[in-house]
Structures are given as structure tokens and as C-alpha cells.
Design a protein around this ligand. Sequence first.
Ligand SMILES: O=P(O)(O)OC[C@H]1O[C@H](OP(=O)(O)OP(=O)(O)O)[C@H](O)[C@@H]1O
Ligand SMILES: NC(=O)CC[C@H](N)C(=O)O
Ligand code: SF4
Ligand SMILES: [Mg+2]
Length: 488
Amino acid sequence: MTHPEQDDRLKEECGVLGVYVPEQEAARIAFFGLFALQHRGQESAGIAVSDGFRVRMHRDMGLVNQVFTPEVLRSLPGHLAVGHTRYSTTGASVLRNAQPIYCQSLVGEIAVAHNGNLINARELREEMERDGEHFETTSDTEIMARIMVRHMHSGPEVAVREVMRRVRGAYSVTVLTPKVLIGFRDPSGIRPLTAGKLGEGYMVASETCAFGPVGGTPTHELEPGEMVIIDSQGMRFARGHDTEPGGMCLFEFIYFARPDSVMYGTSLYTARERMGQTLAKEHAVEADIVVPVPDSGIPAALGYSRESGIPYREGMMKSRYIHRTFIQPDQRMREMGVRMKLTPLEDHIRGQRVVLVDDSIVRGTTTKQIVKMLFETGAKEVHVRITAPPIKFPCFYGIDMASKGELAAAVMTIPSLCEYLGATTLGYLSIEGAVEAVGRENGRFCLACFNGKYPISIPPDMSKHAFDDPPEVGQMAALANGQLRLID
Ligand SMILES: O=P(O)(O)OC[C@H]1O[C@H](OP(=O)(O)OP(=O)(O)O)[C@H](O)[C@@H]1O
Ligand SMILES: NC(=O)CC[C@H](N)C(=O)O
Ligand code: SF4
Ligand SMILES: [Mg+2]
């Protein structure tokens, strides 16, 4: 089996949602909402529901449409639901760690869906185990679930405040109790979360793109440290914790989130077009066509073309049906992987000086193969232009880069990386250019993987498999004293 650690691609994070729809079947609505969040995690999916009295749940490994059938949805009655799509960052990718995480105690039951990653999971869990708490998973999310369930008898506000007081890290969370739906965002506001209306009811989701398909309307992007409580009284917002340094993950704007989502009041499609425009200003070049790496490079390539006046042309077709999970990790298959996914359009490429626009270079494997493919197809020149500034540091806040010991831009200078890619020239958008394109003048962003300034400090022994025994790991990277080092 392919262990996710061995796959070198930049990984998504997780998608969370919650719906509260009096008189309606919440599971069915959550199911369609989760389709819109599938890009945020493809390892497992789950929905927990309540009919006002009892919490029921179904989750399994796989994509949303593999996990849920009409029969399964019928077995989940109730008007409240939370849902999750997972890409693991703490705890192996196995069924018991799939989300929502369910916890029961003498005072009640809850189901928790989490996007993000906790920094102090190890110390908290050790402390809680010393206090007699028993954990059933190896995921960091269960820590939040257990803190919450212990305090729910004092009301949801108190329970959320207690979580925010104790955990450190990135978390956008939706929680279901038999009668209440809760959403909250960490005090740094690293991961997105938006609340809104859904008919006579309400909805909370990682991204605004989940609202449209189920007829919802996003109305409020949660502030860092803010919570939303939804019950029979309606929807109310409350502060859970003072705002702390940090801000929204810049990578959400560049790549992770769907382009039809809105964050910080900005359409991500428009932000990505603007990134392409700025990239054209920062790294102009004489060329014949601007070609996107589909699909993620398309808006930026359009922006680059508009700004430079160089015509936009599709240069390769992407197979819609080859899912990345099927791509094997050994080098030969990885190289095949790009060919299996992308086929060049020879008529468009042959004899052309190409500006190739993509969102990011992680290890560089993908870009290297695309450049090679374009030259083999007859391109005269290939000028690579990338909208993510060079990624030099791993992410510990919910994006799986921590396992990469080979961030191309961390181990090579730009000229040597250009040579490694086999490109004619290579240009990256600057951090300032990317932030400016989002258009939030005094914007709060996490920029740690670009500049190494971690808004929430990272302990040296951070490990995805802190609680997996035996650890199901290969080589992992950690940041210790500002230095990237490998741990087994
Ligand atoms: O580690 P590297 O080899 O440098 O990979 C970087 C590429 O990986 C991602 O695309 P991916 O093919 O994973 O999926 P996408 O279709 O969502 O863009 C990203 O958009 C870059 O194109
Ligand atoms: N990518 C994420 O947001 C992961 C959430 C959580 N840390 C988990 O591993 O399940
Ligand atoms: S380190 Fe990078 S990927 Fe991780 S949250 Fe910060 S900006 Fe996003
Ligand atoms: Mg891509």
C-alpha cells in the first residue's frame, strides 16, 4: 500500500461543515456540501447527525461518494449534522482516526470535525492520560473532543473557551451535540471558517463554495478566536479567546481553497488572476504563449497573459478521471504520473516560446516532468512562472509538508533549481506580491512556510505520528532551532 508519507505532492488539509435545518434531513445536505469540500481531503469522509436526542455517525476511508450510499444516508436521521473530509496531519490515515471524532461521557455525547493541526498535542495528551483520560484514536482532534465533552454541562461557550485556553495550533472546528451545532476558529485564524443561512436554518463550512450547491448563503467569516453557536434559539456569535499573532494561511489563497470560494472578502479566482498579473510585472519575459498547468494554474495564467499581452493558450489536457491517490510513489511511476494526468497539445506547443504558469513548486517533480514534456513536444523555450513564493519551511498547521525533507526551494538556489527543472528561466512571485494580490492592505497572514516566521512556535519534537504505536512513518522533517532536520 502507498503510505501517504511517500507521496511527494503538496497535500490538502481537511474540510469541515455543519448544518442545522429544522424539519429537514441534515445528512443529505451535509453529503452534498462535502462534495464541495472534497478537494480539501481525500483519505476519509464522515457525517455525524442528531435528531435532537441521539447522535449517529458514519465514516469510512475513501471519497465522499465511496463512503455514502442512499441507504447509509437514510440510516442517519436528524436535523443537525457535522461532516468532514480528511487529509491526515496528526495520526495515521486509518479508519479509527477518520472524522468526525465521536466522544461520549456521563454528561453527554459529541462529534467533532477539525481542520488544522495542534502544536501541543503531545503534552496535552500526556497530561490528560495522567488524569485518567482514555484515548481511542491517535489523532490530535480527539484531544479537543475530550476537553469539550467534559465541559459541555457548563454550556457550549464555556466548553469552547476551555478548548481555546488549553490547545495551541491551527483549528477550524465544527461540533455537534444532541441539540446544538457549534463552530469555532483558532485565535490566530489560520484556517478558514464561514457561517451563514440555509433556508430557515444555518450552516458553517470551511469554504464558501460549500454553500451554493445546497442553497445556502455565507454571511459571516468567523474572526480569529470567535465561535458560532446554533440551536433552537437561532445563531449567535461569541468570543472564545483574544486574537493572537498570525492570520489566514496564504496558501489557501494561492492553491488550497477552491477558486470559487471567498476569503477575506476576496474571490480566490480574482486573487489568483491578480497574482498572475503581478507575476508578469515582477518576471516579464518575451514569449509567444502563456500556458497554465491545469487546473490550479489557470486563473494565474489568465492574469499573466492579460498583464503581459502574451496570448493565453491551453497547452495540455488534464484527465479528469485519474485520481492522485492512484499514482504510485516510486520515481518511475511518478514520472509516468504526470503523463497519465496531463497530455500535451502538440499543435499549440510546437515551435513556441512558452510561459508555463503554475501555483507552486514543492519538490519540483511535477514541474520538472511538465517542462520535459513540453520540450519533447517541440517547445522552443519554457519559462516557468510560479505564484507561490519559494517554499522553504515545512507547515505544521494542517498542510502536510512536514514530512518533506526535500523542499526544492530550501535546498537549491533559484538558478540551480531552474537548471534542475530544465527550464529556460524561472520566476517566483514575491511574498509582498502575493499578499498584495489578495488585497487586504493590513492583512493578517501566516507566511511561515515562505519566511520561517511561525506565528505559533513549534516544539522540536513535532511528529505526525506522535501517538501511532508502532509509528507508521518513513522519514520526517522537523524544524529545530530554526533548522530543518530529518527525524526517523
Ligand atoms: O511537489 P511538486 O512536484 O513540485 O508539485 C507541485 C504541484 O503539485 C500540485 O499539483 P497536483 O498535481 O498535486 O494537483 P492539482 O491538480 O490540484 O494542481 C501543485 O498545484 C503543483 O502543480
Ligand atoms: N489536515 C487536517 O486539517 C487534519 C486534521 C487533523 N489534524 C487530523 O490529522 O485529522
Ligand atoms: S506554514 Fe504555509 S501552508 Fe502552513 S499555514 Fe502557514 S502559510 Fe499556510
Ligand atoms: Mg497543480
